[in-house]
Design a protein around this ligand. Structure first.
Ligand SMILES: Nc1ncnc2c1ncn2[C@@H]1O[C@H](COP(=O)(O)OP(=O)(O)OP(=O)(O)O)[C@@H](O)[C@H]1O
Length: 348
């Protein structure tokens, strides 16, 4: 039986703004099992990044209002700084869309990977010795061993000539190489869960495919679970075991990838599928979902997708959404699941 690694339950994350309270994450629940690859998909502004950041307690300037994030039996929502640091040291690691958010321009890539190895090997000691201004690994042997580890990690993520590039600085790397370097920094912590927030969005398709392949290899070789945040259902289809479809800060549909993509049970998922280049006619403009993502100020009333949905009714504009069990491990939060189309034929 699969073992749950991460359990998110009824998570609410808010931002206090001048316009009012932004309900960025509104009662999100899902799980990630050990070794599983889960995709979180949705349009821009649907709450994917804020959800991901809340898991690893990087929600600031937002705040978690309520709900639970249990990682390997640790409750993250009220964990102290030491516990959070320990989890970030070797439990959950995050890769961001913009590598410059993580990479420090004044240190070489190699130094930054070594720093990550140190944090993984000894998160508590590191902190104390940093405070005392004493280097943790002072012996020459240990230093060269870690440098070699950094080179191995760079080679692992597909950086060519790692022996020379270990001394290079972030500005000397291309976008794709920076993304790989960031992956190496995250992997140095040997995380049980890698959270990857749109790690390939800014890259061209060939490099995107290579990085996704690396992530899949690492998942298979190391048994590392992955939470892949993306707006691209193609990435989900290629990489993930399970998918969580988000809209308006809420989970609209969740289930095994093959099942959700061939037999969607939420109009929003159907709409997203209809916008994939693969489902549009050649030479024709891509489909778009009419209307706009709703403002999240003040929180939702009814289904956030109601104003853009072809099958919405009065019941959709008020009250809470039902969670309908539509298959084994497959749920949809829609009043009209029965009205949605039949499963697609395999040859379609
Ligand atoms: N610092 C902030 N202050 C106020 N609101 C914020 C802040 N960060 C995010 N939000 C709001 O939270 C909501 C969810 O944003 P989030 O970045 O999680 O969406 P997303 O699905 O990840 O989109 P994208 O794919 O563009 O990153 C949006 O309405 C956004 O405007």
């Amino acid at each position: 039986m699969s073992e749950t690694l991460l359990e998110v339950e009824d998570l609410h994350t808010r931002f206090a703004t001048r316009e009012g309270t932004v309900h960025a994450v509104e009662g999100v629940s899902f799980t990630v099992d050990k070794g599983e690859i889960v995709g979180v998909v949705g349009e821009s502004g649907s709450g994917k990044s804020v959800t991901a950041r809340s898991l690893i307690r990087l929600e600031d300037p937002g705040y978690i209002e309520r709900g639970s994030v249990r990682f390997d039996d640790i409750e993250m929502t009220d964990a102290d700084d030491r516990t959070i640091r320990r989890v970030r040291g070797d439990g959950m690691a995050m890769v961001f869309q913009d590598p410059m958010e993580t990479l420090n321009p004044v240190f070489s890539i190699g130094e930054q990977i070594v720093e990550s190895i140190k944090v993984h090997e000894s998160p508590e000691e590191q902190r104390l010795l940093d405070y005392l201004n004493v280097p943790l690994f002072s012996s020459r042997g240990k230093r060269s061993q870690m440098r070699q580890q950094a080179i191995d990690l760079m080679s692992e993520v597909g950086i060519p000539h790692p022996e020379t590039r270990v001394s290079a600085y972030p500005h000397e790397f291309s976008g794709g190489m920076r993304q790989r370097a960031m992956l190496a920094i995250a992997l140095a912590r040997e995380p049980d869960l890698l959270i990857a927030d749109e790690p390939t969005t800014a890259l061209d398709v060939t490099i995107q495919a290579e990085i996704l392949q690396r992530i899949r290899d690492l998942n298979e070789e190391l048994g590392m679970a992955v939470l892949m945040i993306t707006h691209d259902l193609g990435v989900v289809a290629e990489l993930c075991d399970k998918v969580v479809v988000m809209y308006g800060g809420q989970v609209m549909e969740e289930g095994p990838v093959e099942e959700v993509l061939t037999n969607p049970k939420h109009p929003y998922t159907e709409s997203l599928l209809g916008c994939m280049p693969q489902t549009c006619d050649r030479g024709e403009p891509l489909n778009v979902i009419e209307g706009r993502v709703p403002s999240m100020v003040g929180g939702p009333t009814g289904c956030p997708f109601a104003s853009r949905c072809w099958c919405s009714s009065e019941s959709c504009t008020t009250g809470d959404l039902p969670t309908e069990q539509v298959g084994e491990d497959h749920t949809s939060r829609c009043h009209h699941v029965e009205e949605l189309s039949e499963p697609m034929e395999a040859d379609q």
